[in-house]
Ligand binder design. Structure first.
Ligand SMILES: Nc1ncnc2c1ncn2[C@@H]1O[C@H](COP(=O)(O)OP(=O)(O)OP(=O)(O)O)[C@@H](O)[C@H]1O
Ligand SMILES: [Mg+2]
Length: 283
């Protein structure tokens, strides 16, 4: 390798890399998108450069919550029409959004050329942002597992409903079986109070410890709050609509917890791991 090439490779291996957080759940409709959007805003308000990637290929709705009409979405990035940075939408909250596409093909079904373009394009996001929050779809699909599996950390959202708890645990089990890296954390949404949230989290933590041998961390909870529903109806994030409301206060606590951590990240970046997973067909 000549000196110029060595220098280039050193520059490519630069220190700055986004912390990648995948938000997922076993059951649908438990509040993933609301958590992703409002947490992203809370972080952006504290001066972090946050990109929210909506990879929910079923009902892409982060753009609805932000009330933006994007020109491009993930589908355009997948098809190679635009780069991921060009597809970003600046929302009024300071968060940059890569909108989701409905009916996109699974990433593992992409042609080789499409895949390498996608990975290269996503890597630029990773270099650019401080935090990448990935709003995945619900349930155990290949796409969700691939994204969750490559993330630095995974937030599994559940509610106190028994079906959400069971499906949440099933999700944790699948992620833990498929991957070695990254930590799994829990957020209990739609909680009546702190006690109920704590009880739900403890139950999941206990079964995960006993049957999977892993420590699932309780990241926090979000109280059931009518302001969330009414904000959604008005296509406004509740953190902006009622910043002092109960749900916003909970988001602030989760945000503070995440930002106050000093995380040791693996050597390889998220998209490198994602690419490896795709190439090895590990998932
Ligand atoms: N803390 C809360 N308090 C009251 N209502 C809530 C709360 N969180 C979510 N909701 C309600 O639940 C609905 C679904 O939330 P959201 O769209 O965030 O779920 P999701 O997990 O992203 O769904 P999907 O699986 O379809 O992507 C919201 O539109 C809102 O009405
Ligand atoms: Mg959603």
């Amino acid at each position: 390798m000549d000196q110029a090439a060595r220098l280039r490779s050193l520059m490519n291996a630069k220190e700055h890399r986004a912390r990648v957080i995948a938000v997922t759940s076993g059951k649908g409709g438990v509040g993933k998108t609301n958590l992703s959007v409002n947490l992203a805003i809370a972080m952006a308000r504290l001066g972090r450069k946050v990109v929210l990637v909506d990879v929910d290929i079923g009902l892409a709705n982060a753009d609805v919550l932000f009330d933006v009409n994007p020109r491009f979405h993930l589908g355009h990035v997948l098809s190679g029409e635009v780069d991921s940075l060009e597809a970003l939408v600046a929302t009024h909250s300071g968060v940059l959004l890569l909108p989701g596409a409905t009916g996109t093909v699974p990433f593992s079904d992409l042609k080789e050329s499409e895949r390498s373009f996608l990975i290269e394009s996503f890597r630029r996001l990773e270099d650019f942002a401080d935090y990448l929050i990935i709003d995945t779809g619900a349930g155990i699909s290949r796409n969700v597992i691939q994204f969750a599996g490559a993330a630095d950390e995974i937030i599994v959202v559940t509610t106190p409903e028994p079906t959400a708890i069971t499906d949440g645990y099933a999700m944790i089990k699948t992620i833990c079986r498929e991957k070695g890296l990254g930590k799994i954390r829990l957020v209990v949404n739609l909680a009546a109070d702190r006690i109920e949230a704590g009880r739900v989290a403890e139950r999941i933590r206990m079964v995960s410890r006993r049957f999977l041998g892993i420590e699932v961390e309780n990241l926090g909870h979000i109280l059931a709050d009518d302001r969330v529903r009414s904000a959604v109806k008005r296509r406004k994030p509740f953190f902006l609509e009622s910043p002092r409301g109960p749900a916003s206060t909970c988001i602030r606590q989760i945000c503070d917890r995440i930002l106050s951590e000093n995380v040791q990240r693996p050597q390889r970046g998220f998209f490198q791991r994602f690419a490896e997973a795709l190439l090895e067909r590990k998932f």
